[in-house]
Design a protein around this ligand. Sequence first.
Ligand code: 13P
Length: 253
Amino acid sequence: MRSKIVAGNWKMNTLPAEGVELAKNIVAGKGSVCECVHFIVCPPYTHLSEVAKVLAGTGIALGAQNCAAEEKGAYTGEVSAAMIAALGCRYVILGHSERRQYYGETSATLNRKMEQAYAHDLVPIYCVGENLEEREAGKHFDVVKAQIEEVVFNLTPAQFARLIIAYEPVWAIGTGKTATAEQAQEIHAYIRKVLSEKFGAAAAETAILYGGSCKPSNAAELFAKEDVDGGLIGGAALKAEDFLAIGSNGFGK
Ligand code: 13P
């Protein structure tokens, strides 16, 4: 049985006190959602320590949105995997399209970030997805396959067993334009097939999340698909009510 996961990527939103409030509201409302749902929240680095205190003992897990590719040292402005792990993070989002697009993250960088994450017992939420041009040219399968082969295929079986994948089509992120449930299922099943070619039966256990304008009104349809194991939520994760409703609409109360 694969985990059912609803993860919130807050991106660069909320001030620390607002983040604490948001986390408190998520904790307060969690009882309205099936216990089968594993919630993860990924606030900005600056909020991690305070949000960790709010989440302690609630079953809601903490993640970061990124980590450095290096262990430690003279890397001004970077935050290491060891640092976020020390603050209570269990997860780290890596390879988000915004990092690839605006900060030039390549597979070479991401391989090093993945190593750092595993070295500090973090579970990477590795993001893949095509842009609009690639989708329209029918290249989405090839794009996603390359993003997996160049990074995930370098993992050991033990590392792979501790990996979450998020499929986030760039054209659906923050645009209000969601992939249809059929489009999501088609590519999620393809991703699982690619993973199984390298890792065999273990691929059947990998949680593959959908991300891109996921909201309470479309969660049920998306999460009903066989290979869609939950969502990585941006905008709708900034309202506790919506974030929780994605869990309850998608997986039950
Ligand atoms: P939106 O839910 O705002 O489209 O963002 C999705 C995303 O990028 C999550 O990582």
